[in-house]
Design a binder for this molecule. Structure first.
Ligand code: ME8
Length: 517
């Protein structure tokens, strides 16, 4: 029994900057979060899943100016591209939050007032090297070859500024990390965060006066709120803050932030410190993944190798993209996105292994068993061995996904699929059908029952294909999404539909997958 008694889970993606259209990196975090959310819904969790766009800050103000339009018009347009991507990727989010929405402005200003009333915000003056691209100040000694540690160009600036007393949270954060060993995933990132905090924390500049495109500081509108304080608050806005008390909220009690490795520091240091200062519980976990390179290089418009998720979905379907990104990259590590790698994995696993298994079993039943097989009274040792092999693989898959090891999860399922193909090859129903019709139908029932189980486990990753297979084997809709449900005693095959047709690869160059505009 895998299903839990109802328990709540809140899954978030980062909210993405709207200075350029979404690429495969953004799609990746959103897909991983979606799979985690879908899997937990199947386990019976009450899941809330949000994503959105981060729309304020100097960088975006400047991108709008470069494009010759007002910031709101600019952000409306790019935010829409991120929203349009969600159905294309088949994402099951419950909310899409934009930081330019009135509900978010109200939440952020409320949060600011709480931090200020609690004595954690004071007015001072900031002087330092400002990295405009990453909207962060640095001291002279933090610069690397005259650039910010993020690699951005810097300029020396001074401005009156509100500060957040981050320095007051060093011990509290270290104590929190110690008591909440699961707070930062993976361990390597946790170690980096802990040693960063151990070196000491300086107060953080949380307002800006050098541009207007942001949420005004309450009672001092010459200042806008620092874009990261604004952006991080989205996770509470979407959860009904401030009307809803986050400390007494079942979703807030179990919130998991999925992020890329470069923004762990903001989520694992600033964010829990802001929340502690406001008397709100920090999130349960910050789960970070590695970076995609494209055809071996960092993705960049000038190189022309920005991988466009929309093109992959149009050419090969969202299931194929969802499968590839989660299978190819071991979560937490960096990986390489290449068309050849994509097609290789698609053909070997989705088409030749899973697609072929479904098609040969289903069409055999349709053709030679009148489209119907019945649960056998007895099974033999070989059947039991095969059934056990699949069960063990699927059982081992569950902890993998709970540890965010999506690739390992898929490896386990692939093992089960290959066990099914091997069982069919060993049993050879095509050779038995004339001489041993009962044994033939028993073998096919054993196979179809295991296909049913495997398909359910595949569902969070490839929902469209899984639905198609479950529809063909007549599983009622309401039973499709419950991981524990057993299979019927009679399997009736409906209309056959192809699942994952093979991609012919003679000429890879005809696939124009790069983003161009
Ligand atoms: O950082 N590989 O937004 P952002 C893998 N607005 N993932 C990638 C990636 C790549 N090459 N490129 C981007 C921001 N990502 C802030 C977040 S949250 C309160 C504010 C993914 O548009 C990854 O999840 O720069 C990364 O963390 C995120 O996009 C950064 O998106």
């Amino acid at each position: 029994m895998l299903r839990c008694p109802v328990s709540s889970l809140y899954v978030t993606t980062p909210i993405y900057y709207v200075n350029a259209k979404p690429h495969i990196g953004h799609a990746y975090t959103t897909i991983a979060s979606d799979v985690y959310a879908r899997f937990h819904r199947m386990l019976g969790y009450d899941v809330k899943f949000t994503t959105g766009t981060d729309e304020h800050g100097k960088k975006i103000e400047q991108s709008a100016r470069n494009a010759g339009v007002a910031p709101q018009e600019f952000t409306d347009k790019i935010s829409q591209l991120f929203q349009d991507l969600l159905p294309i990727l088949n994402i099951s989010n419950d909310d899409f939050i934009r930081t330019t929405e009135p509900r978010h402005k109200a939440a952020t200003q409320h949060f600011w007032n709480v931090l200020s009333d609690n004595g954690y915000i004071y007015l001072g003056e900031y002087a330092g090297w400002y990295d405009m691209r990453n909207e962060a100040y640095f001291d002279e000694e933090e610069l690397v070859d005259g650039k910010s540690p993020f690699g951005g160009e810097v300029q020396y600036m001074t401005e009156p500024c509100y500060f957040f007393k981050l320095s007051a949270f060093q011990e509290k954060l270290l104590d929190f990390y110690e008591k909440n060993q699961d707070f930062i995933y993976p361990t390597q990132r946790k170690n980096e965060v802990v040693s960063f905090v151990e070196r000491g924390l300086k107060d953080l500049a949380v307002s800006r006066t050098t541009f207007d495109w942001g949420i005004p500081v309450p009672k001092d509108p010459d200042h806008v709120i620092y874009v990261w304080l604004d952006a991080l608050t989205n996770y509470m806005t979407s959860n009904g803050y401030p009307e809803k008390d986050q400390n007494n909220d079942e979703f807030w009690g179990n919130v998991i932030h999925f992020v890329g490795k470069e923004i762990v520091r903001f989520h694992a240091i600033y964010w829990p410190a802001f929340l502690m200062a406001a008397g709100i519980a920090p999130p349960k976990s910050v789960v970070s993944h590695g970076w995609w390179l494209s055809e071996g290089e960092k993705m960049s418009k000038s190189v022309g190798n920005v991988q466009d998720p929309v093109k992959y979905c149009r050419l090969f379907g969202s299931d194929a993209l969802r499968y590839f990104v989660l299978r190819e990259l071991s979560f937490g590590s960096d990986g390489n996105f290449s068309l050849a790698g994509f097609i290789g994995r698609y053909n070997s696993m989705l088409a030749n292994s899973y697609g072929n298994l479904c098609s040969r079993v289903l069409s055999f039943i349709k053709k030679y068993c009148d489209g119907k097989v019945i649960r056998p009274g007895n099974t033999c040792t070989e059947d039991a061995d095969f059934q056990r092999e699949v069960s063990v693989a699927l059982e081992e898959a569950v902890p993998a996904i709970r540890e965010y090891a999506f690739s390992r999860y898929l490896e386990k399922i692939e093992y089960a699929i290959s066990a099914a193909n091997q069982y069919m090859d060993r049993q050879k129903p095509w050779a038995l059908r004339d001489t041993e019709p009962t044994r033939t139908q028993d073998v096919l029932f054993v196979l179809i029952e295991q296909i049913y189980k495997i398909t359910k486990y595949l569902y969070p990753i490839v929902p469209i294909a899984s639905e198609k297979v479950l529809r063909q084997i007549n599983v009622p809709y309401e039973l499709r999404l419950d991981i524990d449900d057993g299979f019927a005693d009679v399997a009736i095959i409906g209309e056959l539909e192809p699942v994952f047709p093979k991609i012919e690869t003679e000429d890879l160059s005809r696939f124009d997958v790069f983003e161009k505009d």
